[in-house]
Ligand binder design. Structure first.
Ligand code: SF4
Length: 363
């Protein structure tokens, strides 16, 4: 699997009502400054850095103009040894992908697009503050297929206050009907500082946890029936189409993130960039003790539905999970939140929706 390269493209046409990711409008001077910063950071990559996967995320990478996207792709080709890349993903949003951009991405070696559909109901899209209609999402997928992309992911959101179970189920059906290789199903989180958070404070937003869990359970069942295997808490894939970059994060492998707000983990050191443009800095850097790193890897790996095999965990971290967290594992298993079998642990089905509380016990 090797290690990964992540590039944060911090630009969006407009901010969605629920989003707390760092992004700005793609003003030409800001994009130019960002590209210069990316070039600088790429110049500082460790010697012999040769990623097994590359991921352009954001923000909205496809909010860049075709020329700026081409410049970014050129920089990657100039500065990164791409010989070992087995998967190169770019996030794309409907309304921003053009045939020209899709062709540039494909030609440069990007072989997977992750498309932010979120919903196929136009009223829900408006409520979420998305810039596109469901018709534009369908156009975006057709355009990606026409450009030769045979590996597409679609994101859908569940648990949106005011959106009925029927509407969400229709979203999942619509996503399935488009036959993407990968479907991510994220729960809407109300993030501080967003318009949704202000609406919630004013008492105008509410949805019960039971309803959110019901939507999630329904999607899991339906996607499995349709042939998408549930391989991580929020992710479903056709056989062999799991996202490699995400698998790499969840199995505790090293990666380097470039751009404002990007995080990295390399050789036992973790650091994060500040969310700032035109110039960003390294906001923090810490060396993780091997045991702390192993605990973190334990939690990350439990996001995978298959969990950890004891042998795999030991081979990868040098620690035995029983020695590391045996008491907590036994307690969580007793509560029905973890399944502890001989030689393997994984989240119980009932814990998938409350995984954060399980993870906080283990870290
Ligand atoms: S397009 Fe994505 S990154 Fe940009 S504001 Fe919307 S949710 Fe956030």
């Amino acid at each position: 699997m090797g290690h990964g390269l992540y590039v944060h493209v911090p630009f969006c046409v407009r901010k969605c009502a629920y989003c707390a990711f760092y992004s700005r409008r793609p003003e030409p001077e800001l994009v130019a400054a960002w590209l210069a910063g990316v070039e600088r950071e790429l110049g500082g990559l460790p010697e012999k850095f040769s990623p097994g996967s590359v991921f352009f995320g954001g923000g909205t990478p496809t909010a860049l103009s075709e020329e700026d996207l081409a410049r970014l792709l050129d920089l990657i080709h100039e500065r990164v040894d791409l010989h070992n890349v087995a998967e190169w993903t770019c996030e794309a949003n409907p309304g921003t992908l053009t045939p020209g951009k899709a062709a540039r991405l494909k030609k440069a070696g990007v072989d997977r697009l992750s498309i932010g559909a979120q919903s196929f109901d136009d009223a829900t899209l408006t409520r979420l503050g998305r810039i596109h209609t469901s018709a534009e999402t369908r156009e975006c997928i057709a355009l990606a297929r026409a450009a030769g992309f045979d590996n597409l992911g679609l994101d859908v959101i569940y648990g949106v206050p005011g959106v009925s179970r029927e509407t969400f189920c229709a979203d999942v059906e619509a996503a399935m009907a488009l036959d993407p290789e990968h479907i991510s199903c994220y729960c809407l989180e109300i993030e501080e500082g967003t318009p949704f958070a202000r609406e919630e404070e004013a008492g105008r937003l509410s949805i019960s946890e039971d309803e959110q869990r019901g939507q999630f359970d329904w999607a899991r069942k339906r996607l499995a029936e349709g042939g998408w295997t549930h391989y991580e808490i929020s992710n479903f894939a056709k056989p062999g189409r799991e996202c490699r970059q995400n698998l790499l994060y969840w199995s505790g492998k090293d990666y380097i993130g470039i751009g404002p707000a990007a995080h990295s983990h390399w050789n036992g050191v973790r650091w994060g960039n500040s969310p700032e443009l035109p110039e960003w800095k390294r906001a923090f850097e810490e060396k993780l003790a091997p045991e702390a790193k192993a605990r973190e890897t334990l939690v990350m790996g439990l996001r995978r539905i298959a969990g950890w095999s004891r042998a795999e965990f030991r081979a990868w971290t040098g620690f035995d999970y029983e020695a590391l967290r045996g008491k907590e594992i036994a307690e969580l298993a007793k509560e029905g939140l973890l399944v502890a079998e001989p030689g393997r642990i994984r989240l119980a089905d009932d814990a998938l929706f409350v995984s954060d509380s399980v993870f906080s016990e283990l870290v």
